[in-house]
Design a protein around this ligand. Sequence first.
Ligand SMILES: Cc1cc2nc3c(=O)[nH]c(=O)nc-3n(C[C@H](O)[C@H](O)[C@H](O)COP(=O)(O)OP(=O)(O)OC[C@H]3O[C@@H](n4cnc5c(N)ncnc54)[C@H](O)[C@@H]3O)c2cc1C
Length: 500
Amino acid sequence: MKKYDQIVVGGGVSGLTLSLLLAKNGKKVLLLEKGPHLGGSLIRFYKKNIPFDTGFHFTAGFSRGGILSEMLKVLGIQDQIKPIFLSAPGSGVFVFEKDNLVYDMPSGTENFRLKLHQYFPQEIQAIDAYFLKVKKVYQATISLDLRKIGLHAQAVDEDYLSLQEVLDALTTNVHLKALLSAFCVCYGANPKETSFANHARVAGGLYESVARIENGGEAFIRAFNERFSQSNIEVCCNTTISECAEIKNDAVGRFILSNGESVTATECTFTIHPQEVLKILPRQYFRKAFLERVAAFETSYGFFSVFGIVENACPNEFGPSITSLLPSTNLNTLLDPNQKEDTALAIIRSVEAGKDGKKYCVVNAFQPEFYSNLKQWADSSIGKRPAAYNEYKARQAQRITERFSNFFPQYRNDFKIIDAASVLTFRDYLFSPEGNAYGIKQKMGQFNLFGKLPLVNIYVAGQSAVLPGIVGAMLSSFIVARNLIGKEEFNHFIAGELTN
Ligand SMILES: Cc1cc2nc3c(=O)[nH]c(=O)nc-3n(C[C@H](O)[C@H](O)[C@H](O)COP(=O)(O)OP(=O)(O)OC[C@H]3O[C@@H](n4cnc5c(N)ncnc54)[C@H](O)[C@@H]3O)c2cc1C
């Protein structure tokens, strides 16, 4: 029977980060991935030689001393990850389609705030009060500083106030409120459901800087793989844990893998969806209230995505940029699964190198989509979907094309859809329940599944643990690693890596 110090379950950015951190601290690691490849949502796919991103389009955290830059430095992969900042005019645009209003928002929190002053001169007080609150939450969130992270994040008052409550208290201007809450599309909950603090932790980083990565998530996967080959990490794809055995004193003694092997490890961390974790662990070790809490977690929405190119466009003038089309000002309505009208649509333009060496002007357009609305096709699988589902997909893609062409009439005749994906596609390729984009919904007052479980050598990290997105998923692994490695040793390690 093989012996490891640590098992990590799930080969997305969270599992990759945790495995490397543990190996860098002398642990022998077994990384289990259910799918055929490492990377999870980071994976890029190629159609007609053109690269398209599945679950990673842009990120915060790359400003000077930013949390992502620091995490990459500690992992020793910062040189392979090259940010492409979206800072030129026109690279961060919000559009209210029905009102014909366009807001071109600059990069940098101060620039963003001052541009809002120009757009809304009557609302200067409200704008400043909003940014002060964002700053307060951001500064109080010690987990956003690697030198200070601890397992127990301290709550602030804004953890118990919804984003909607805060905005309603500040202003009645519907366009301003919509602009300030539009980043909720980056964490999967609407303004009434999420706390202001959760919003501020995600939006605060995005105001500071937004960047795409050269070669997208593929750059991350390559960098991790390179480091793995020099580390004490064994990767096992197409494999998961099927049973926990020999449980004594609330600790699992043996892990039975889906390939039939048995292994031992001091600790095991799951970086997958919390409800999937509890399907693997024996239920009798958890209190009823605990099981009910996890069962009650709502899954965040996913995205219907269109992957296309604009032929004959000039690469030098094509991007990178993010254009957010909003059919109305009420994000709560737009993100309501029962509404039947158009919803928010994010259009990402970028220039990508194809496998054939050509440069392509790529468009990734995606809009929130709810699993509950596709339930009638939930039993189908890739390549075996019924005709009605394919018709639904064609209608969605057609409507996205119309909205894209209305805002970019210059590309109308040259926009070509190469592929499209629904939450069912994401579900089946990424092994994510309901094809969600951000794991569980981060709702106000919710206690996420995170850190040590009642089975004392089992831990949980991943995008559902602290904050969603690449930054949140990686951060959760840093916090758990601190516990697995030992607080003092970890602090020493971080200090050493950051000063090198
Ligand atoms: C369409 C879309 C667009 C997005 N856009 C962005 C963006 O622009 N920026 C951003 O920051 N975030 C974005 N996100 C969210 C981001 O991708 C995730 O927050 C992040 O990648 C999650 O990382 P993770 O490691 O926690 O999970 P995942 O990437 O989901 O990885 C989990 C891994 O575990 C594996 N797995 C599942 N079950 C098991 C099991 N039982 N045993 C073993 N392995 C298992 C899966 O196959 C997968 O490889 C987007 C997500 C989607 C879907």
